[in-house]
Design a protein around this ligand. Sequence first.
Ligand code: FUB
Length: 442
Amino acid sequence: MNRIKIHISLIALLISLQSISQNPLVTHMYTADPTARVFNNTLYVFPSTDVVCEEGKGENGFCMPSYNVFSTTDLSTWTDHGKVIDQTDVPWGRKDGFGMWAPDCVKKEGMYYYYYPAPPADKSAFRRIGVATATSPEGPYTLEKHYIEGVKGIDPNVLIDDDGRAYLYYGGGENLWVVELNSDMISIKGTPKVVEKLPGKYKEGSFVFKKNGTYYFTFPHAPSGSEEISYATGKSPLGPFEYQGMILERWKDNCWTNHHSIVEYKNQWYIFYHHHDISKNKHLRSMRADSLFFDKAGLIKKRKATLRGVGITKIDKPIQMDRFSSAHNLKVNRLEDERVVGWQLDHIKPGAYVTYNAVNFESKKLKKVTYRVSSGSQGGTIKLFLDNRFIASTAVRNTGSWTTWKTVETPIKEKIKGVKNIKLIFEGSGEHLMNLDWIKFE
Ligand code: FUB
């Protein structure tokens, strides 16, 4: 992604990031712990909010005062419905606790139930879990006067089973817990049970969903270093669950947490999660999404987190290839161009490739493809494929140096219509062929 160095405003950044449909999903505020839900054919996301901590506020470095709600129908354009709950609204909560951690929202019989953790004013626990109700996912929400009795913990998640019974999962630490909710959705039946047979060490953020009769108990945990997202499966919402392995690997940088949700929307499964993309500060996170796939046996395919994300990209602007869906035998680094701030693909070896999914070519007649490249070596060839069909070959020669950028173009003779996946294969000989900034279709 490139940004003009001068005269850049926050508003301009917001508009450009939203309109190119990449990760992170929104950039005008920090959003963590995204729970995605589909209500009325619209995909809603219920994240928590990270803000910069004032001296002495918050816990563990997190300052989380409130909740906003977001929605989309195309995974590209996001609507921020604004703040729906603030810590000062919580009847039983500390008004300056800054501990409104990961929430969830479910729908039952036309009513939306929003579950959130907060530090209680009575100091009876680190976090209690409260419920707020509304007749629309966007609110306004009415907050229950008391927290759920008998529950102490963070990260509430609710599964409503096909028979209408609802289960609350929560907890952070060595154990995660489950308890059935009464039909009022605001009190529990019996006592919470530890979810058994999960791997040891720190766990939190459980998210349970059901697919083809199997319950998927998914959770971030930290066997070593930072959190990876893993899962177990079972035949009952109360377990036992059998550990199946990792879905998303841990961050290799200093973003210690991850927290996710998994949802099917318009026949595609997605994982929503967070990273500290914009801030590089582990307490100021931004929500992301990527597609998720299952194998024939119903197991979740391990996937890589991408900056490409899930939105559909239009061809009205250059496509920054550093935000790829997948890549091989190349690196991403800050753009070596004194006029622009951004990132470049470099160290591109013969046989390297990069893919960028879901580009909408609509039904416009294409005339040419243009690349912005530099090369301090003999150069090479870029072969363009759309949905694995060869489209055009473009020769890139030495541009004078690795920091001398030029555009090269090739006419397109094929008729291209609709949403396609781009693949570029780099051919040539020698150690490194070229650097690539963007690709543009006209
Ligand atoms: O966002 C605060 C806490 O960090 C969440 O409740 C955890 O799941 C972790 O993401």
